[in-house]
Design a protein around this ligand. Structure first.
Ligand code: ADP
Length: 163
C-alpha cells in the first residue's frame, strides 16, 4: 500500500518554509498532495496573490520534485480527504504561536472525519519564524526576500510590486 499525505494551505505565496516541510514529508511518505485552498482569509498584509497565481507558483516551484501532486480545493478538507482516499494531513509547526490554531484545526477535522490524522513537522530553524504574510509585506515595501522564497516567487513578487 502506498501512503500519501495531503498538505493543505493557502500558499500566498509558497515560501522556503513550505518547501522544507514538503521535502521532509517525502522522506516519510510515498507522495505529497499539495492542496491549494481557493479561499483565503481577508486580514492579509501586503499584495495578495489570487488563486490562479498561487496555484501556478506552487506548481512551478515544485515541478522538479517527484512524487508531488498539486490540486485545488474550495470546500472542506475532510471532503478532499475522502475524495482522494488519503486521511493523513500534513501541517507545519513553526513557533508556539501556531500551536493553538493548529490544534483546533486538527481536532475539528478529526471530529468531522475520525479517520483523519494530522501530522506536524517542524522546519529547519532558519524558517521557524518565516510567514508568507511577512514575505508579502517586506516585498511590498521594496525589501529583498530572496532568502525566504524560491526564485519563481521572488520574480513574481517583484513583478507584483512594480509601481
Ligand atoms: P494556512 O493559511 O492554512 O495557514 P499556509 O499556506 O499559510 O496555510 O500554511 C500551510 C501550513 O504550512 C500551515 O500548517 C503553516 O503552519 C505551515 N507553514 C507556513 N510557513 C511555514 C514555515 N516557515 N515553516 C513551517 N511550516 C510553515
Amino acid at each position: 500500500m502506498s501512503a500519501k499525505i495531503i498538505y493543505p494551505g493557502t500558499f500566498d505565496p509558497i515560501t522556503n518554509g513550505h518547501v522544507d516541510i514538503i521535502k521532509r514529508a517525502l522522506n516519510l511518505f510515498d507522495g505529497v498532495i499539495v492542496a491549494v485552498s481557493a479561499v483565503t482569509s481577508a486580514q492579509k498584509k501586503g499584495n495578495n496573490f489570487d488563486f490562479t497565481e498561487r496555484f501556478a507558483l506552487v506548481q512551478n516551484v515544485l515541478r522538479q520534485i517527484p512524487k508531488i501532486e498539486v490540486c485545488q480545493f474550495s470546500g472542506l478538507l475532510v471532503d478532499l480527504a475522502r475524495e482522494k482516499n488519503v486521511f493523513s494531513v500534513l501541517r507545519g509547526l513553526r513557533a508556539i504561536s501556531d500551536f493553538e490554531y493548529e490544534l483546533m484545526l486538527a481536532d475539528m477535522n478529526r471530529r468531522l472525519e475520525p479517520k483523519i490524522e494530522t501530522i506536524f513537522l517542524t522546519p529547519t530553524e532558519h524558517y521557524a519564524y518565516l510567514t508568507a504574510s511577512m514575505v508579502r509585506e517586506i516585498a511590498s515595501l521594496g525589501g529583498d526576500v530572496s532568502r525566504f522564497v524560491p526564485l519563481e516567487v521572488c520574480e513574481a513578487l517583484k513583478e507584483k510590486n512594480k509601481h
